[in-house]
Design a protein around this ligand. Sequence first.
Ligand SMILES: Cc1cc2nc3c(=O)[nH]c(=O)nc-3n(C[C@H](O)[C@H](O)[C@H](O)COP(=O)(O)OP(=O)(O)OC[C@H]3O[C@@H](n4cnc5c(N)ncnc54)[C@H](O)[C@@H]3O)c2cc1C
Length: 529
Amino acid sequence: MAGPTNRVLSSTQQETLARLGEERTAAVGETLFEIGDETYPFIAIVEGEAAVEDAAGQEIVRHGASGFLGEMNLLSGQTVFLTAVVTAPMRYIAVDREDLRQLLFEDASLSDLLLSAFVQRRELLQQRQGIGIEIIGPRDSTETRRLLEFVRRMRTPYSWLDPAESEEAAALVAALAPEEIPLVRLPGGAELRRPGNGELSRALGIGLELGDGEEVDLLILGGGPAGLGAAVYGASEGLDTLLVESTVLGGQAGTSRRIENYLGFPAGISGTELTSRAVSQARKFRARTATPYRAEALTPADGDGRHTVLLEGGVEVKARAVLLSTGAEYRRLPVDDLEQYEGFSVFYAAGPPEAQLCGGQRVGVVGGGNSAAQAAVWLARGGALVTLLHRRADLAETMSHYLLDELERFGVAVRDRSEIAHLHGEDGQLEAVTLTDGERLPFSFLFLFLGAAPCTGWLGDCIARDPKGFVLTGAEAGARGLLETSVPGVYAAGDVRAGSIKRCATAVGEGAMVVRFVHEHLAPAAASA
Ligand SMILES: Cc1cc2nc3c(=O)[nH]c(=O)nc-3n(C[C@H](O)[C@H](O)[C@H](O)COP(=O)(O)OP(=O)(O)OC[C@H]3O[C@@H](n4cnc5c(N)ncnc54)[C@H](O)[C@@H]3O)c2cc1C
């Protein structure tokens, strides 16, 4: 199978692109786009060749006739972090970013080819040093950890420099006040001093900036599978739909290495690809997505049929119906000094940067569920020596059978009845863990998959919840509809809902169902208007 870097366009696809784009020529040495550019066109090469380079001028790949230049940032809107230079005289078709997006909505085979190539190219870039943004901040700073966590979740290529470990980094921050650190250097040279997540995201050209006084039919809070499912169905069925996400679109599913049980993908699909496809689909139907905005308070409708949601930054949105799809957040390990290691050698998801970090290292994966198994297998395949630790007597009680086989196939050692009591290490770098029975295991990295708690603390008392904090719906909430909460016109779907089955497919299904209930809720209002 062709890799992400050497995929080619068929002659029919080239003709389609030629009808939409502009044919251009370029001589050897000419720059097609460069680091820091706000945007660039999709480039389909008819003749000739171009090299893609990083900031240091190191060549990453060359593309020739029938190949194409482009990466995830063509779809996300993110500023350019690579340079492309012509290496053999070129004739090419340049397609404007917006035109390409529109075409991908209409041409399924082109959409399949480009989307999977873009996702895989991004994964390869995430594994290279010296690409994308630079974060310069000390290891022991919570602000450094916040930014590292955010860029990882955004799947943005980045490098991190600790001023204590690099003279170059120390010189960059020498003149800054402590409250201006970490320093973030963007592709192209612009600098941000201790930026908020929203500020960084918008400086990179990602995400919609909301004005105050927005009013919509359906406001979706949380952009995981449930929220994205509702966005696709809501917008495609004529509702003015706004989806607000506190971090990065995709939710927990976006962090999954491989989802094997999602209907229609017999070979499995990575969480990034599944959720990127869903985001494109939602946008195709004109659902708007705004990130990163955290919902901070909900005030139920009071006579005018409009619920009010307060987002971080003081932005207020009014909506005739609200969907709570804020999912659940990973649980942390109850041990001392955990935060000292988080983001450096203790992680809650295993992606390409972590796999690269862990090659040839001893790694502990903690958890008895499928997500722990998927991560263990992914890390083992990347060359790590993986031990999976879990509390019960037998993994089969909590894990799917096909994953038990995979653990064995990729040489993952499994330790039953094992719980971690202490972490040992220095400056954020883990060296070993001690189990509750006193045994010490030399791990350099730890991945935690300990289940999740619902993201509902921000709701206060206005919505009925169960003792664990999950949102009650239907009869349990005294509501009329199956997915309606204790407040009419406010719904819950996916992992945040009490009694939900914690799976992608069920979350998507519930998100889709809610749209039907929203229509029923709004119909009497429309009739009386
Ligand atoms: C590593 C991993 C692997 C998995 N593998 C599989 C698998 O193979 N198959 C399968 O079926 N399931 C799998 N799951 C489970 C599946 O991903 C979840 O069941 C599914 O993502 C739930 O979707 P959701 O939309 O309800 O919530 P989530 O995916 O949790 O999304 C909720 C979103 O809401 C956002 N949010 C939270 N609070 C706020 C707020 N206040 N304001 C705005 N936004 C907010 C969060 O940032 C998040 O993006 C896996 C989970 C993990 C973690």
